[in-house]
Ligand binder design. Structure first.
Ligand code: GLC
Length: 798
């Protein structure tokens, strides 16, 4: 089986050794305001704040090589006129040795050709809107060499849509010039109605001997990026576009003489600020190599600190690699997904915060990056309307609710889950009493405590119910595709009913931490009782599993019922039946067994079965996604993860772990083969295509998905079972029976906990004894955590 690279866990890197994997394999280099994406061949773009409105450089993302261009290129020209690029692209000159190392917060290219060794590390410093290229060229030849280097980017009209749709007039609203005093290219964007109008620059620690700002001058007549005329000639032309009119690029030429056995180091920076003063300060800062060293040290220290929150040693090395390194990294990238782009996401959609996605993405950050999680939680709660409804999308540039294609009826459950996670992680129960505004467009401003916000959100869902007594779907619930089945907007969601019960259970726990919240508890308890009855009634239980979507009339069989030809069974209502603990009479095991039997595949659990074909079944709509794709019966990893969670609730460690592994990207890429799976082995895909789609096994859309956060939480808290609760930290493993021991170091409420779990009898779950610093405790919850202290926790299962 062909592999394109391998994991180097000691260095926390994935090393790519082939120029062209099946699709571009990316890395994300970012701080809170600036992001660069870069592929294994140097393709990529950088943007300030949002990929839709602040895109500094151009990238054509048609998802596959060779269209993974342009990017961040360094042409190296030798005295004989030959030239090459350490990224291989775009010149594709043969190299003697090459690798691309995607690390945590940086990407390094290493290339060797004719005795020249080039190392180029790209990274984004912690605080500035800059992409840095740290370049070293070592001459291992016997004689000195005179070289020219040409660093290159192609600038974008900042608004990504304009670049494609309106470049013909936008190009006259820009200017690109060379500032001879500061040795920097400066790009000014002046489209009147656009914000932000960023000021962009490119400079180098070595003073350039020449430059180009005009793409035509750089590539030459009939030229291209693989053979730019100016590079071939050995001299850039000094072109500018002072009043626009062309396509702006940044190309800087530096000449170097490198003695035998010695190394030349220099750095290039591309970045932006809102003012020219700010730009000049950045130019000065990053023309100094010492500042570049400090910036890289800071990036590495930052990531060490984030990942040190949770480190484990497991018998399953694939799981270990993901939990220690790539899953938390992916969580940090995923949280800003609606402002971002990737090789397969254009980033041109209206940016914004998708309420429910961002709430879920923040769940994993409650441990990895508490401040960011809290910022998102506060922000989203402050957009709840007094009615208890949340907008589905918020525009953070305007600080307003934004239009969305559909009303998502489930928006109100996620804040309860995430606030519960935050409170359990931090122990900050005072947060529940914090006052936050409700969003009122015109009229009297109102506010309420966090606890009231959460309660109102649930009451809103409960207030809109259908004839069976379950919540209305309105347009869609978790499943964005269900709107295609809407007939009269009186359809009910079984999944949302289950989620409401689960939210009520968590809200009771939260209310218990707040004086005088008895009314909340009583309300939640009555909803749990009421809905649990309905959820087990014949209207919902189909005989062997739970239905999914109830029509408001008896004319058609409901979605998720065996009376249908297509869409007979759905995964979500089996998994959530168990998660919400609403099953009676052993139906929990039965429904998950039904899911295993009918939805199970070697690649994971399908979202539904059989997929909709649209034809010839008259009662079904012509579905957007083809059969076996995404919500139409693909393996939807986000939902699959809930299948894993449900199996841990059933205490089935073997099966939970088997399911968990199915969608780990390293396992999927290796077992299915990278050519079938296609996506990065180190970043979660959002779905897997499945039969009847002929490309069964292919991963779709890497990096951005609710999968990322849930897999992290399920892996750390439910399989390894080290789970924050409002009382402390519970030790509650649910693992494969052939694991004999594992270790976890976890930072929690200011302390560092070293946990050693032993499983001498080979059980899947159950804790016999917990010792804290050698002393046996009652039960399996640790309650006291000395701030700044270290604790040894020994767990014996059995
Ligand atoms: C996408 C959406 C998410 C939705 C899911 C299922 O991941 O971002 O909000 O729940 O699809 O439709």
């Amino acid at each position: 089986m062909f592999e394109y690279g391998f994991f180097d866990d000691d260095c926390r890197e994935y090393e790519i050794t082939e120029h062209f994997p099946p699709v571009a394999w990316m890395n994300f280099l970012f701080n809170d305001k600036f992001t660069a994406i870069v592929s294994q061949s140097g393709g990529g773009a950088c943007f300030y704040d949002s990929a839709a409105t602040g895109r500094l450089t151009t990238y054509r993302q048609e998802h596959a090589v060779p269209t993974d261009r342009p990017g961040f290129y360094l042409y190296i020209r030798e005295p004989d006129g030959s030239f090459w690029t350490p990224t291989y692209e775009p010149v594709r000159a043969e190299l003697d040795d090459w690798k691309c190392r995607h690390g945590i917060g940086y990407t390094t290219f290493e290339a060797r050709r004719n005795g020249l060794e080039v190392t180029m590390t790209l990274f984004v410093p912690r605080d500035d809107g800059v992409l840095l290229w740290d370049v070293r060229i070592r001459n291992t030849r016997r004689e000195a060499i005179d070289l020219s280097t040409f660093s290159f980017v192609e600038f974008n009209f900042l608004q990504a849509r304009r670049h494609l749709q309106e470049w013909h007039w936008c190009r006259f609203y820009t200017s690109f010039r060379y500032d001879t005093d500061r040795h920097a290219i400066k790009y000014d964007y002046r489209v009147f109605e656009d914000q932000p109008k960023l000021k962009t620059f490119m400079t180098s620690t070595d003073i350039p001997v020449s430059f180009d700002c005009n793409r035509s001058a750089f590539i030459g007549r009939g030229g291209s990026l693989d053979q730019p005329e100016a590079v071939a000639r050995g001299r850039l032309t000094g072109s500018e576009l002072p009043v626009g009119g062309g396509h702006g690029v940044g190309a800087l030429q530096c000449d170097h003489t490198i003695a035998p056995g010695s190394e030349k180091r220099f750095a290039v920076s591309v970045g932006c600020d809102k003012s020219w003063q700010g730009v000049d300060a950045l130019i000065e800062k990053y023309q100094n190599l010492a500042n570049i060293d400090t910036a890289l040290d800071d990036v590495q220290a930052y990531w060490r600190d984030r990942l040190d929150v949770f480190q484990c040693e497991l018998p399953d090395k694939d799981m270990q690699t993901m939990l220690n390194i790539w899953n938390p990294y992916n969580c940090m990238i995923n949280v800003n997904r609606k402002k971002s782009m990737s090789a397969a996401v254009t980033g041109m959609e209206k940016a914004g915060v998708q309420t429910r996605d961002a709430m879920q993405d923040s769940m994993s950050l409650t441990s990895i990056n508490i401040a960011t999680a809290k910022r998102f939680i506060d922000y989203i709660l402050s957009f709840e309307y007094p009615s208890g409804e949340y907008p589905s999308r918020i525009d953070p540039t305007l600080d307003e609710p934004a239009e969305s294609y559909a009303i998502r009826s489930d928006n109100g459950v996620w804040p309860v889950y995430t606030v519960h996670g935050y409170t359990a992680e931090t122990g900050d129960v005072g947060y529940l009493r914090k006052t936050i505004r409700y969003y009122v467009e015109n009229g009297q401003p109102t506010s309420g405590t966090v606890l009231e916000h959460l309660w109102r959100g649930l009451k809103h869902i409960h207030s809109k119910r259908g004839r069976t007594g379950l919540p209305l779907i309105i347009d869609v619930d978790w499943n964005d595709n269900l709107y295609m089945f809407n007939e009269d907007h009186k359809e009910e969601s079984v999944m949302l009913g289950q989620q409401l019960v689960y939210a009520c259970r968590l809200l009771i726990e939260l209310a218990d931490c707040v004086d005088g919240a008895e009314e909340v508890t009583a309300w939640c308890q009555s909803v749990i009782t009421e809905l649990t009855d309905i959820l087990n009634s014949d209207a919902v239980w189909d005989g062997a599993w739970y239905r999914r979507y109830l029509y408001s009339h008896d004319g058609k069989p409901h979605l998720g019922s065996s009376a249908r030809r297509e869409g007979q069974i759905y995964l979500n209502t089996q998994a959530w039946a168990v998660i919400s603990d609403t099953c009676s009479d052993g139906r929990d095991v039965r429904c998950m067994d039904a899911a295993a039997e009918r939805l199970g595949t070697p690649f994971g659990l399908k979202l539904l079965h059989p997929a909709f074909t649209g034809i010839p079944e008259p009662e079904d709509p012509l579905y957007n996604n083809g059969p076996g794709i995404r919500e139409n019966g693909g393996v939807f990893h986000h939902a699959h993860a809930w299948g894993v969670l449900a199996e841990t609730r059933l205490r089935h460690g073997d099966r939970a772990h088997e399911y968990y592994r199915q969608i780990l990207p390293n396992v999927a890429s290796h077992q299915r083969g990278a050519d079938l799976y296609v996506n990065e082995p180190y970043a979660f895909s959002s779905t897997t295509l499945i039969d009847p789609c002929p490309r069964a096994g292919e991963g779709d859309l890497a990096w951005f998905s609710g999968t990322v956060t849930w897999m992290y939480i399920i892996g750390t808290q439910y399989l390894l079972g080290i789970r924050p609760t409002l009382d402390g930290l519970i030790l509650d493993p649910c693992i494969p029976s052939d694991w004999r021991e594992y270790r976890v170091t976890r930072r929690f409420r200011g302390a560092t906990l070293h946990t050693h779990v032993r499983n001498p009898k080979g059980v899947q779950t159950g804790v016999k004894e917990v010792r804290v610093d050698g002393r046996v405790i009652d039960g399996n919850t640790v309650r006291d955590f000395p701030a700044g202290g270290e604790m040894q926790i020994d767990v014996v299962m059995g």
